[in-house]
Design a protein around this ligand. Structure first.
Ligand code: FES
Length: 187
């Protein structure tokens, strides 16, 4: 399924759609690429919805003109799939340094849940931020390891300890509900 729509909307109207994507624009400001962008009351949007390989993807392009000088303000394209809620484990099966593989946000997207000795839980995508190879759990060092270029990542925060590149692993948000652990989004 695929559809595309272009229309002029009020910010309040658009805020409802953005709430579904876990973003709040009702205050008139959106965080985009690490900066705050002020939104006007009225704007033109182009919304595109695609469904491919079982993945849903929304693309929303916002455009507006700055009235003051008649120049175009920055346009923002947000590309985001609503995050699914996926059960990862039961609390009872967790113990210090227990590691459970799962797939998130879609089937085939490899991820890992790590139960830290202090009882806290962490989850990360296993895609290496350096060149996209797969990271694995290295039981002897108790770190995540990418054999492609010998990089180690800290299981507590996903930061790179050693190896090329500076980016950390993508963290997956977890929630415990009724004794079960769920993946609920990308941090
Ligand atoms: S791809 Fe993982 S360290 Fe290079």
């Amino acid at each position: 399924m695929k559809w595309k729509e272009k229309k002029s909307v009020k910010r309040d109207e658009l805020a409802r759609l953005f709430q579904k994507l876990s973003r709040d624009i009702a205050g008139g400001v959106i965080e985009y690429s690490g900066r705050s962008v002020a939104l006007p009351e009225d704007m033109e949007v182009e919304v595109e919805y695609k469904e491919k390989h079982g993945k849903n993807k929304f693309e929303i392009e916002l455009k507006w003109k700055k009235k003051a000088r008649g120049t175009m303000s920055p346009s923002a394209t947000l590309s985001e799939a609503p995050h699914p809620v996926v059960k990862v484990a039961s609390i009872e099966e967790l113990s210090p340094w227990k590691v459970i593989r799962f797939e998130y946000p879609s089937g085939g997207d490899e991820a890992v849940l790590i139960s830290l000795p202090n009882g806290e839980l962490r989850a990360y995508s296993l895609v290496c931020p350096h060149k996209g190879k797969y990271v694995t759990w290295n039981a002897s060092s108790r770190k995540l390891y990418c054999s492609a270029h010998k990089a180690f990542f800290n299981p507590e925060d996903g930061e790179k300890i050693e190896g090329p590149g500076r980016e950390r692993l993508t963290r997956i948000r977890l929630e415990v509900r009724g004794g079960e652990v769920f993946a609920v989004g990308i941090a």
